[in-house]
Structures are given as C-alpha cells and as structure tokens.
Design a protein around this ligand. Structure first.
Ligand code: ZN
Length: 500
C-alpha cells in the first residue's frame, strides 16, 4: 500500500515533469520559429515607441547632409528623408515641417483605427535638390501618405531654399524683390503656361486656375529655380482635379529672368551685346564664373595695381598706416546694411562704388551710406565694360550714374571705378572723375568665404592699399568684422579713397 502510493506519486511526478519539458520545448520552438510573433499582438500591447532608425550622411552637395528616419512599425511605418545644413534657421524650417507632417500622419492613423483597428498607413517623404549657378539650392520635398482604407494616397509638395554658403534663403517675395508689378507679370506668365500645358488639358479646373494663380505671394511660394527653368508646384486639387496629383509647371528661366533680383540673373542676359565678356587679362576669372550671377562677372580681380603710394608703407609707425576699403556693385538692401553696421562698430570709413541701376532701386540705402559718412563712388549704370562701348554709351553709363547718386544724396561724385577695371584712353577722355582701381583683390565674389576674405587681406594689404570687396555677397558682410579687427590690430586707420 505504502509502496503503491509511492509508485502512484512517482508516476504523477514523471507525467508532470514530462509535460513541463514538452511545454517548455514547445514554447522554445514557437519562439525560434516565429521571432516576429510578438509584434502581431494587439495595438495596446505594442511598445509605445516603435523602432526608429535615424541616419545622417553627407550629400553630394557641399554643406548639405541627408537625414533619413525610418520606422518599420506594423501599423504606421514611415520613411522620411530631408536635408540639413549648417544654418539653423533653414534647418528649423525643415524639421518643423517634418515634425508636423509626422504628427498629422499619426493623428490620421489614430482616428482611422477607432473605426477599424486593422487600418494601416504609410508615410514617405523624399526630396530633390535643384541648383542654380548663383549657389542657391531649391529643395523640393515630396510628402506622400497612403492609408489601407482609401484607394488613393495624398501628395504634398513643399519647397525650401538655401544658399549653403551664405545662409540666405530666397522666398518668392525675395526673388521678385517684393515688387508687386513683377508678381503680376509672373502670375500672367504662369497662368498662360498652365493653359498651354498639354498634360493638364483634360484636368484643369478653370475657375480654380484663376484663383490659384492670382498675383498673391502665397500662390507661388512653392518653387524651384535652376539655370534652365523655374518650376512651380501647386497643391492637389487646386488648379486641376486630383487624378493627376500636384500639378507642376515648368517655365524657361529666360522667360522670367527679367523679373528676378540680380543674384538670379545670368551673365549672358543682363549684359547686352555691347558688354562683351571681358578684356584680355580677365578672361580667366570670368571664364570660370561664366554661369554664375551677373554680379560675379565682377572679375575685377586681375587688374593692375594702381596705387603707387603703397610703397611708402612704414611698418614701424603703426598709427600712420592707412587703408581704403571699397565696396562695389551695390547697394543691396541686406548686405550693404550689414556692412554699414560692421563699419560703424569699428568706427571705419569706406567707399562704395555703386551701380546707377541699383541706386535707382534702393535710394534709401544710398542715403544711409551717405549719412554714415562714407564716400560715394560711380561704378557705371549697368556694370558695363566701357572699353567695349561707343563714346555716347560711355558718357551715358557714367553720367547717368553720377546724376542719380547726386539726385538722391545731393552730393557731388568724384570717384569712378570702371567695371572690371577696364579703362583706356577713350574712356578716360569722357570723364573728369578720378579713376580708382585697387591693389588688394579679396576675390570675395569668387570664393564667397569669410576665411578666404580675411586671408587675402592679410596676405596683400599694406600701407596705402585699396581693398576691393563687394557689398552684394552675404559672405563678405559676414567676414568683414574679422577683417576690420585684424587691420585694426595691425595699426591701420580706415579712410575713404579721397582721404588716402
Ligand atoms: Zn563691379
């Protein structure tokens, strides 16, 4: 009896033990065979933060990194790619957009799940980089979301703009210089392009075309610009039915260029045939920059040293050293003002060689330059190479410019700097103005780099030097403080050309 009971108990122990082993083995096999099984549990049991991966790599465009974020979440996966730069304002604009897009997508997913738990979504944001020879980039973000309960996805296109070197970001307002007449013209050009577009023909919502191409800045805010074309992106179901997604209208840049600020004008267009590229020594520099903006043509670089007084330099008496800083091709509403502030900070005086065409446009900046005590100089009306013009045109280029500066400021102009430093006897004969060239070329138009600006000044400046810079490049404004600090420490006094 005792023995039997013992036997019975050991049988139960055996059975229990065997069952345990079988169950454990089974569980182990199940785990091994289906490692993903746990992710298929109900939404409530899913980890609150789905697995997220972020990757950061350099793009092919200098100064631009590509950020990639992916989530393989079962219900609401996403793949997002966007650019980041070294400029925080730009970076924040993009990340704000991305954050909101993600938030919106998750909100839609949550509300859809309350009706049907099995609804799945997908969010994809990718982008394209379009470049312009001015150094400005257009980033076109394509935001596409799909949901398993609706047959058609949604696509939204947004553009972001950056000059990675200067940090400048041109909105459509900046691009047209905030000019409403130009906006009117742009609106008409785009409207016509839409009507002429054969792929849109059967899809146009004609009443809405009018509405969404009205001359309002917001209608054209999503754009990209290259040397060849300017592209406008419209939202789905605005100018055309949603069948064709967001309409994209491309217009040859040449058709629009006359509306754009100078930075986006190309060399060949601003210059009429009277302004032939260059005189002999300058071929190299302009050749290199040929596709760049008009302002870059300002390859005044390789010009002869004019300033003979520089040989008087006397390093042992620092306080007697003088330098004349000169700024060409302005005025520019942003860059010139920043330069004025920096000059004021260092109590420095400089000379501004201005283009008549820009003086006409920004008279208030010219007055600010004058009121700050700087010297005003003539740099022709249209940045023409005067050696290539007939006498009548030379006189016009010079005299009209002096006239408008004098009209704006009431001040008589005495200094004249010929564009490219291009001057010959014929040009000299047309004017009584003092011709001012330079001996230190910072090449700021070419490198657009504050460090290189400083380096060129360090290497070449001596007592009596005339330093050539341009108040149309953000990098020059950004680098000026360091240049002034350096020259101050070297004992230089900043004077105008007339005072030199
Ligand atoms: Zn110039």
């Amino acid at each position: 009896m005792k023995n039997k009971r013992h036997k019975t108990r050991s049988i139960w122990i055996d059975i229990t033990f065997s069952l345990t082993i079988i169950l454990l083995t089974g569980a182990a096999i199940l785990l091994i065979l289906s490692p993903d099984k746990h992710t298929a549990s109900s939404p409530d049991e899913r980890p609150s933060a789905p697995p997220l991966e972020t990757e950061e790599i350099d793009s092919n465009y200098p100064g631009i990194k590509i950020i990639t974020k992916t989530s393989n979440d079962d219900i609401a996966p996403f793949a997002i790619q966007y650019p980041q730069s070294t400029h925080s304002t730009f970076n924040e604009k993009i990340t704000d957009y991305i954050t909101n897009a993600q938030k919106g997508y998750l909100e839609i997913m949550n509300s859809k799940k309350t009706f049907d738990e099995k609804t799945k979504g997908e969010l994809n944001i990718s982008y394209e980089t379009l470049t312009h020879s001015s150094g400005n980039y257009s980033f076109v973000l394509v935001n596409n979301s799909n949901f398993s309960d609706s047959p058609k996805g949604q696509t939204e296109i947004r553009s972001f703009h950056l000059n990675p070197e200067t940090g400048e970001s041109y909105t459509i307002f900046d691009l047209l210089d905030g000019n409403s007449h130009r906006l009117n013209e742009l609106s008409a050009i785009v409207q016509k392009a839409i009507e002429d577009d054969s792929t849109l023909q059967d899809h146009l919502l004609s009443k809405d075309v009018e509405l969404y191409t009205k001359p309002l800045w917001k209608n054209f805010r999503n754009y990209a610009i290259t040397d060849e074309s300017m592209i406008f992106y419209f939202d789905e179901h605005t100018i055309a039915d949603s069948e064709i997604g967001p309409p994209i209208i491309s217009i040859p840049t040449a058709k629009i260029e006359h509306l754009l600020v100078d930075v986006f004008k190309q060399v060949d267009d601003k210059t009429d045939d009277t302004k032939i590229e260059n005189s002999t020594e300058e071929t190299d520099s302009t050749g290199v920059e040929k596709n760049d903006t008009t302002d870059d043509v300002d390859a005044e670089s390789e010009d002869p040293i004019q300033n003979e007084s520089s040989s008087d330099s006397n390093e042992t008496v620092p306080s007697s050293k003088k330098v004349a800083l000169t700024f060409d091709d302005g005025p520019d509403p942003k860059v010139t003002r920043q330069i004025l502030e920096t000059l004021e900070k260092h109590n420095a005086k400089a000379t501004f060689f201005m283009l008549g065409s820009r003086v006409e446009y920004y008279p208030e900046i010219v007055k600010e330059i004058q009121e700050a005590g700087h010297e005003l100089g003539n740099h022709t009306w249209n940045h023409a190479d005067l050696t290539k013009l007939d006498t009548e045109r030379i006189i016009k280029e010079i005299n009209n410019t002096s006239a408008i500066i004098e009209k704006v400021t009431g001040e008589k102009i005495e200094a004249f700097r010929p564009p490219y430093g291009a001057v010959n006897d014929k040009v000299r004969a047309q004017s009584n103005l003092q011709i001012v060239l330079w001996d230190v070329d910072t090449l700021d138009w070419k490198h657009r780099n504050p460090q290189k600006l400083l380096q060129n000044v360090k290497e070449h400046t001596k007592d009596g030097s005339i330093v050539l810079m341009h108040d149309i490049h953000q990098s020059t404004a950004d680098g000026l403080d360091a240049v002034l600090t350096y020259l101050e420490n070297e004992g230089y006094q900043f004077v105008t050309v007339a005072e030199l």
